[in-house]
Design a protein. Structure first.
Lengths: 370, 165
């Protein structure tokens, strides 16, 4: 008992952090599993098909809702094959490199403001790092090892080709991804995501929410483009190029392949959350404050604290779902780039535009400060 | 107490990974061990609450430079050989280089013991670092970017020269 009293603060901190990690990552994982189904359903909708609808439990199929579970069982049951010439250790390590950095990134995403539980103020973010944006850039840079090691350790020419393409593509677009975020950092004067979302709660001219998209519409387009390229999805899926080289995970099977595939879907969720957090106000609902709605011009609607917190978390979820849907739509809307087009787009178009965006933002900020 | 434990943990990990890297024959595995050493150094910075330094360490060294290393390494024949070569010349060269680096390290560590930092000096403050870079050393900082630009132009010229012929 004395031990608990003496270490009350640290025990409480660990307990709350653990609960937050379990709840948030659990929600993300569940949502990602549904994303694998959504991808197939959206694809079939866009191609005028019905899509997967056969997996059923006791005759109930719910239009295919059980497919993620069926997929998971299938993946686990498959043979875990390692090619004879493969580098065993690196071959095993690669899926971890693909999955772990992406999962760690959810630590800095704020999914709400705060809730009061028994008098304790619980921040709805796993870790509020003062340099959250740098943390995101740092860890997303590590995901490249999963791609490259996976391709190289397989000792297969197709896999290596995919890995080489992946390395070139991810290194290039990472630069753009970092530069698009600089403008936001300049405007909000912080690199902490929670502070950035709080800053987006203020109003411009008394009625426009000060979201990132209002200040940096251009950076948003660049960010989304670079983010889809980082995620290696169509139109940037040269790494896989399903009709040509299959990709860096060609020799992988069973759960090892599932790790690569799951990482890609988690990245979709992550990109959606980042887009919502950085450019669309995160958990902010326009005109909703701690005490309830306060519309410009006077009318107010007081609200319970828990209702406000739930509305904010709900708004964040809705924004995330919207961008997930957007990313799924993009896949069947745009055709794949050629490799020289891919590199040209990055270095000749996106990079100069991102730098120009920083220059203009800086100039405007300097003029406004005068 | 936790911070001290973290410092020793990451420091030990960095030392262990570096040691293993030296004795690793396969180039790509050695590079991966170096990555582990770089990441644990980043953890060390984090434990010392130098967050910016930790982030930059991962972005620049682990994310950019090591990626380049590994991609370049896989293009070498040594990476594809099952049994790496054990040339005597390479061994002697390695030993000589190790001797030079060791003496330099010893010299530097002897210097470090004597150096006394002024109390207001902080390597961890991001704001102080930014103020120094963009205030006191603006000219030198901008000059450095010019050097990098020159090297980029040089590299492009070298790479494109072959194609036109």
């Amino acid at each position: 008992m004395e031990f608990f009293e003496a270490n009350k603060d640290i025990l409480l901190f660990t307990g709350i952090a653990g609960a937050k990690i379990l709840a948030f990552l659990g929600a993300v994982m569940g949502f990602t599993a549904l994303m694998t189904l959504a991808e197939r359903k959206v694809s079939s909708l866009m191609q005028d098909r019905i899509g997967p609808n056969r997996a059923s439990v006791f005759g109930f199929s719910f239009n295919g809702l059980f497919h993620p579970i069926a997929d998971a069982i299938k993946m686990i049951m498959k043979e875990d094959f390692v090619p004879g010439r493969a580098q065993k250790l690196l071959f095993t390590l690669a899926p971890f490199f693909a999955l772990v950095p992406v999962l760690a990134l959810f630590a800095v995403i704020p999914f709400g403001d705060y809730v009061m539980i028994y008098g304790y103020q619980v921040e709805l973010q796993i870790a509020d790092l003062p340099l959250g944006l740098f943390f995101i850039l740092a860890l997303s840079g590590l995901a490249i090892y999963g791609v490259f090691l996976g391709g190289w350790a397989s000792k297969s020419n197709f896999a290596l080709l995919g890995a080489m393409r992946g390395a070139a593509q991810m290194v290039s677009y990472e630069v753009v991804l970092g530069l698009t975020l600089v403008g936001l950092m300049m405007i909000y004067g912080t690199a902490s995501l929670q502070d950035m979302v709080r800053a987006q709660g203020s109003l411009l001219l008394g009625f426009i929410p000060a979201w990132g998209i209002i200040y940096q519409p251009f950076a948003f387009i660049l960010f989304m483009t670079a983010a889809i390229a980082e995620n290696k999805r169509t139109p940037f899926d040269l790494v896989e190029g399903e009709s040509e080289i299959i990709g860096y995970f060609m020799e992988y099977s069973s759960m090892r392949f599932a790790a690569f595939m799951f990482a890609e879907f988690i990245e979709i969720v992550l990109i959606s959350m980042l887009a919502a957090t950085l450019f669309f106000g995160g958990w902010q609902v326009p005109y909703l404050y701690d005490t309830g709605f306060l519309f410009p011009g006077g009318p107010a609607l007081p609200m319970n604290h828990y209702l406000v917190a739930a509305l904010q978390a709900g708004a964040f979820t809705a924004k995330t779902v919207f961008f997930c849907w957007f990313l799924l739509i993009v896949r069947w809307t745009l055709p794949r780039f050629r490799f020289d087009q891919l590199m040209g787009l990055c270095w000749k178009a996106l990079l100069p535009l991102a730098l120009l965006n920083i220059l203009i933002t800086g100039a405007v900020l300097t003029i406004l400060a005068r | 107490m936790i911070i001290n434990a973290a410092i020793y943990l990451f420091g030990g990990l960095a030392a262990l990974a570096t040691l293993l890297m030296i004795f690793q024959r396969e180039p790509v595995k050695a590079a991966m061990l170096m990555l582990a050493a770089l990441l644990s150094t980043a953890g060390l910075y984090l434990a010392l609450s130098a967050q910016l330094l930790a982030a930059l360490q991962i972005i620049l060294y682990a994310g950019a430079i090591m990626t380049l290393f590994i991609v370049a390494l896989t293009a070498t024949p040594a990476a594809w050989r099952d049994k790496p070569s054990k040339s005597r010349f390479i061994k002697m060269l390695g030993l000589a280089a190790a001797a030079v680096i060791l003496t330099e390290l010893l010299k530097v560590s002897a210097l470090l013991k004597q150096t006394v930092f002024s109390p207001e000096f902080s390597e961890t403050g991001t704001l102080d670092l930014a103020r120094a870079l963009f205030g006191q050393f603006t000219f030198q900082f901008e000059l450095l970017s010019l050097v990098i630009l020159a090297s980029i132009v040089g590299a492009v010229t070298l790479a494109a020269g072959k194609r036109s012929s």
